[in-house]
Ligand binder design. Sequence first.
Ligand code: HEM
Length: 405
Amino acid sequence: MTVWQQAFPDGKSPQRVLVPPSPYAIFLVLTVRPGFESTAKDFLSEIAGLTRTVGFRSREDDLSCVTGIGADLWDRMFTAPRPSDLHPFIEQRGDVHTAPSTPGDLLFHIRARRMDMCFELARLIGDALDGAVDVADEVHGFRYFDERDILGFVDGTENPEDQGAVDAVFLHPDDVAEDSALDSAEARPDVAAAAGGAGSVPGNGAPGYPGSTYVIVQKYTHDMSGWDELSVEEQEAAFGRHKLSDVEFAEEDKAPNSHLVLNSIEDEDGNDREIVRDNMVFGSVGAEEYGTYFVAYAADVTTTEQMLENMFIGDPVGTYDRILDFSTAVTGGLFFVPSQDFLDDPDGELAEAGLGIGGAASAKVDGPDIDNGSDVDPAGGDDSADSSDASAVSSACRVGLATRE
Ligand code: HEM
């Protein structure tokens, strides 16, 4: 058993987020049709079984599936407050480049050593949810030579490993205390704006969901002809690493607009703020589409968000990431990745989280009308009509009614 598969001290097991690099992946982003929220919720507890069904037939090919839940769907499926960092993806609009926020209620990040196994699981998920969902995005990714992206650079080298990866990715029971120290919308005006209200700001009283994490995904397409016109030296300057050897430039040789400078960030104590990435290459010769599917897990999603801001807005403002001149973000989504225990039994976990004794002041309660739209406003704007009604949530929780169906 590896360090990341062990249960946390409180007994919660994470989903299989931290797996060795797999040669194949499918990223399936679905939106749930209005009225099918309970179908989606019931399906959460079936995913582990489906994954076993496909994976057991060739265990050495290590099939895994990580399931993420978007902010809008959370509000439609549960009365419990959103996990404190779950909100719609925050669009980053720089002077030159934009990271858009696009619809997505459920993310399935499927990985294996064989594409047929990934595909079979994706197919079974599609069958099980047939009529209840629409496919917002589907990308079949593959590993490219020695872990390179399609731009030709080794991708993933600086990912934290072992305990460092666990610490970067999974929420710990103590995290909720830290969250609570932050003060509502004032602490994250960007989040409040994206969420259209205070429903998902830090410190909203949501439980910590230990063993869980957050994932941000973006689909990028590349201008390969423009990139190939650059000299290797110019390409290396864009990243801050050597292309063939993957050796990192000395600090003093890194350009301020290089990918490495803008994505190396520290906390106020000088510690590295880290995320775990598992980008995959995808493409189509016929469609002349060459892409990177960016996927990053982090316990503190503001780390990934800060990196995105640095890349698109620039640090300082205007010094945006050079690789964006050859890379266009076409999707953007943020999902909560609950622990495996939560996925297997959401109602039981929410009840166990103690929602029945209050602390749900920021949960959304909008009466029996659960169809508040699967047509997710990319900016999260349509959440603004939702009210916060602490007493209604509390009474729902008191009777153990942690979900809304
Ligand atoms: C077109 C999309 C992207 C490509 C092709 C790409 C590629 C790369 C490559 C080749 C490296 C150097 C090797 C490594 O440490 O992995 C790297 C590093 C890194 N990237 Fe990206 N990346 C992309 C998007 C992003 C985004 C959107 C983020 C964050 C929001 C990000 C965060 C990072 C981080 C944190 C590092 C390590 C920096 C360090 O500590 O040296 N990347 N990326």
